[in-house]
Design a protein around this ligand. Structure first.
Ligand SMILES: Cc1cc2nc3c(=O)[nH]c(=O)nc-3n(C[C@H](O)[C@H](O)[C@H](O)COP(=O)(O)OP(=O)(O)OC[C@H]3O[C@@H](n4cnc5c(N)ncnc54)[C@H](O)[C@@H]3O)c2cc1C
Length: 494
């Protein structure tokens, strides 16, 4: 079904409000010979959630309304103008990727900021503009008793962006979000508007799923929903070594519909204990309450989370809060939508001298013990403040070309607080490479939307499909118009 809406609203030059950080104020980070480009006076600068990707752009356009078919013409014109000027073109949404994955250097950047969502309750699918945020999707689905099938743990991100990084969530037993997309419409680099799905243009569907905006401009999508349900949690504390089999047992239980884990993070007993949280449907499914979003428990938890910085006793206190107090005060019934309707800002550090940097690693269930050992050897010895790790399940993804889960994997989502100094950045780069090395050695992979610290050789070891992806992209986009810092860093020379 075509989506037709109001007029095009293209505002130019509206650079997002991220601060131009230390990276542009002092020496710029250099990644194996590929330096970030220093902005000239008067140039627009685009950044991302890391605040470390400040990059000059020729033009930045924000699309705030869904203009229907007029959008396709506007996007085509923008792509053509970029190509004729020999400049790159790239679309972004919430810009929470952390290594310029949505930034075209000295090019044409487009931000999709539009929330049109149309729900087909009977078929349990919705159609949405590519830039719709998960908060907007939940707002439409919730009154109809539906919920996103797979999305990230926060509700700020764009739906097409989620497909473009092929993000995962914590409802089980699903693969990444791409597995829940029925079809999409995309403007290819040559301006052709195509539908891509498992039946139509399946190669494009698989390339663009986790293809980091390098294949085409997604304009709208059809995505599967799930039933929203009342859920009840169970909390199980255990030695970390017992987590993988306990998690597998929970996944084998068809009554478990959401599940995640945590590990303790204080340096003295790093990653020694685990907590497994599983949600099962409540016997009471009457009158679902509206999706609650961030409540007082989240805000108190956020306060304790931040107080962990440089404070080992506070890290122990947080573990007690998670394993003992939390189950007592937050252990009651909730809904699927309330659990996932959480904005990133709840955890915002509001500290101009530091930034939260995420890492994520995907490892086989049989290698989880080796993963724990590698983390214990590498992370506490670093200069970084480690705040949190969440353990999730990702089912097999045999569809996306750049798959990170060719077999079922445990995903470890790690949150660091990084000092905004050169020594902080250098230490983060060193530690990241050590972690990637160790994870690849045990048959695992790492996630691509974060900082570009892994080397090109490490990307090739973790993603052996990368050269094939680059070849297919060049065939679709011989002028290399769709480019961003991710392409420039890792694929340019493949
Ligand atoms: C606090 C936090 C929590 C997170 N939690 C999770 C999690 O639970 N699970 C998980 O898997 N990931 C998680 N992530 C990573 C997150 O999924 C990615 O960073 C994702 O890119 C964020 O969406 P965005 O809207 O900010 O994307 P952007 O950074 O704006 O874009 C991401 C990519 O999508 C492409 N793109 C965007 N829109 C289009 C379009 N219309 N057409 C073509 N390409 C497009 C861009 O070019 C870019 O390559 C988290 C990140 C943060 C910062």
């Amino acid at each position: 079904m075509a989506i037709t809406r109001r007029a095009v609203l293209l505002g130019t030059g509206a650079v997002l409000g991220y601060g131009v950080a230390w990276a542009t104020r002092s020496k710029l980070p250099v990644y194996d010979g590929v330096a970030l480009i220093e902005p000239q006076a008067g140039e627009d600068v685009l950044n991302d959630a890391s605040t470390l990707s400040a990059t000059p752009v020729q033009k930045h356009i924000v699309i705030r309304e869904d203009p229907g078919e007029a959008l396709v013409s506007a996007i085509r014109a923008e792509i053509r103008e970029a190509r004729e000027g020999g400049r790159p073109f790239n679309i972004g949404a919430a810009r929470h990727s952390m290594g310029g994955q949505a930034i075209p250097a000295r090019g044409h950047a487009v931000t999709f900021d539009n929330g049109f969502v149309e729900v087909d309750s009977g078929a349990e699918v919705y159609r949405c503009h590519a830039g719709a945020r998960w908060s907007q999707v939940i707002a439409e689905l919730d009154p109809k008793g539906l919920s996103p099938k797979v999305m990230q743990s926060n509700n700020d991100f764009g739906v097409a962006a989620t497909y473009s990084v092929n993000a995962h969530g914590w409802p089980v037993p699903f693969g990444p979000m791409g597995s829940t997309v029925r079809s999409l419409r995309m403007v290819l680099p040559d301006g052709e508007l195509v539908t891509a799905s498992r039946e139509e243009n399946p190669e494009i569907f698989g390339l663009a799923m986790g293809g980091y905006g390098l294949i085409g401009a997604i304009v709208d999508m059809e995505v599967e929903a799930a039933a929203n349900r009342r859920l009840v949690p169970t909390f199980d504390r255990m030695p970390a070594e017992e987590y993988a089999p306990a998690f597998q047992k929970a996944l084998d239980d068809p009554n478990v519909t959401m599940a995640y884990g945590r590990l303790n993070v204080e340096r003295a007993a790093f990653f020694e204990e685990a907590l497994l949280i599983t949600y099962r449907e409540s016997a009471n499914q009457a009158e679902l309450p509206p999706a609650a979003g961030s409540g007082w428990v989240s805000h108190v938890a956020s306060y304790v989370y931040r107080a962990q910085l440089g404070n080992e006793p506070m890290k122990r206190l947080r573990w007690w809060q998670e394993t003992t107090l939390g189950p007592m005060v937050a252990g009651g019934e909730t809904t699927r939508n309330s659990l996932i309707n959480e904005p990133v800002v709840t955890l915002d550090d509001r500290n101009p001298n530091r930034v939260d940097i995420l890492h994520e690693y995907f490892v086989g269930f049989d290698r989880f013990g080796d993963f724990l050992a590698a983390c214990r050897a590498i992370i506490p010895a670093s200069y970084q403040e480690f705040l949190n790790v969440t353990l999730r399940y990702v089912g097999t993804d045999a569809e996306s070309v750049l798959t990170y889960a060719p077999v079922p994997r445990i995903a470890a989502v790690m949150s660091f607080s990084q000092e905004l100094t050169e020594r902080g950045e250098a230490d983060m780069a060193r530690m990241t490479r050590e972690l990637v090395e160790a994870v690849v050695a045990i048959g695992g992979t790492y996630y691509l939307p974060y900082r570009p610290h892994p080397t090109q050789d490490q990307l090739l070891a973790a993603y052996p499909q990368a050269p094939g992806f680059a070849t297919a992209k060049r065939a679709l986009d011989p002028d290399l118009t769709f480019r961003n810092l991710f392409w420039d860093r890792y694929f340019r020379t493949l």
